[in-house]
Design a protein around this ligand. Structure first.
Ligand code: FAQ
Length: 311
């Protein structure tokens, strides 16, 4: 009997079944996933850099330990995601090469500098908060290895979000100078965080396929709106002021009206010209080169293990 693979694939999606690596899948679905998962993986490991910058300057031993654990978690997220991408038939070397030569994208947010300790709070609170808002739906994405990686990642991200909010709470209820630092960080991170959700729906070329294939279950604008609705009461609790002067509660839509971020700035950043793009690539390339001996030692260890098992 002839099997119509395309129909089988479509019927699995219609039933909310999960697609696994050995299942037949359309080539465009595979490519779409490799693009999204690898960009996501790159974001995790590049995201380690702005925070890593503050490990040596954390204001207490406790804060240092918590930040170290968080940054280490992000490395782990990169690992799960690269592995999920590899299950689609690409290789880690190929993916990392695209990152290191500047061909691959990663989240725009990590091209902004961390100027003060409050930025570490703002990243945990806002950036991890936005990441969770976007990633909760990815736990039910249609590709099995990606969905499973996201379950664990989401658990860890919610710890990260609380870490950031704790830092912001301490600063906001601290001295006038500390509160000012918290406000300054909010002012600088607010609009770049809104950009994390991607361009407006009408300018998002990948969304239609992503929704059709159940890779994304909600649109960029829907998630951005939910993030704003959730975050404004947190800003109010902290006694801070949202830098958006057009922010206004809209009773009819039961949500806030807010200003669009500067999309020209977003395009500039994702095309390699943000404040820290060059610095991030230099740091990533150096880290990769410095880690060469570790990869060689691990490969040799694996080879010896295989040899002794075969003997
Ligand atoms: N930055 O058609 P769409 C984190 C690109 S993880 C850079 O709407 P799509 C954890 C997009 O790739 C943060 N590029 O695209 C952490 C596309 O370009 P392409 C990362 C962006 O895929 C916290 C073009 O624009 N999260 O933060 C961005 O449907 C703290 C058109 O866009 C994920 O990756 C952007 N913000 O929607 C770590 C989640 N937005 O490829 C350390 C998974 C769009 O056609 C510390 N990814 N672009 O050349 C997704 O959900 C989606 O890929 C979106 C974009 C929502 C990011």
């Amino acid at each position: 009997m002839d099997v119509n693979f395309e129909e089988l694939f479509e019927s699995k999606l219609a039933k909310n079944d999960i697609i696994e690596p050995k299942d037949w899948m359309p080539e465009n679905y595979r490519k779409h996933l490799i693009r999204q998962i690898s960009q996501h993986a790159h974001s995790e490991i590049v995201g380690m850099l702005p925070e890593g910058n503050w490990i040596t300057r954390a204001p207490s031993l406790r804060a240092k330990l918590v930040l170290l654990a968080k940054v280490q978690d992000e490395g782990g997220h990169g690992l799960y995601l690269y592995t999920a991408a590899e299950s689609l038939g690409t290789s880690r070397d190929e993916l990392l090469d695209a990152l290191h030569t500047g061909k691959a994208k990663y989240s725009s947010i990590f091209n902004y500098p961390t100027l003060t300790w409050a930025d570490i709070g703002a990243i945990g609170w806002l950036v991890d908060g936005a990441a969770i808002m976007n990633q909760v739906m990815l736990q039910r994405t249609s590709y099995g290895p990606y969905a499973r990686a996201m379950v664990r990642i989401c658990k860890e991200e919610s710890f990260h979000q609380r870490q950031g909010y704790e830092v912001m709470t301490k600063l906001s209820f601290g001295t006038a100078e500390q509160k000012e630092m918290a406000q300054d960080a909010l002012n600088r991170w607010w609009f770049p965080t809104l950009m994390m959700f991607g361009p407006p729906d009408i300018e998002s070329p990948n969304s239609d396929n992503a929704i059709k294939w159940r890779i994304k279950r909600e649109s960029n604008d829907q998630l951005r709106q939910r993030f704003v609705n959730q975050t404004i009461p947190q800003i109010e609790y902290l006694g801070l002021i949202c830098p958006d002067t057009n922010l206004k509660w809209n009773e009819a839509k039961q949500g806030y009206d807010f200003s669009e971020p500067n999309w020209a700035e977003f395009k500039n950043v994702i095309h390699g010209n943000g404040p820290c793009n060059k610095e991030r690539l230099v740091a990533r390339n150096k880290a990769h080169k410095d880690g060469e001996w570790v990869r060689a030692a691990a490969a040799e260890f694996g080879r010896k293990q295989n040899e002794s098992q075969a003997a």
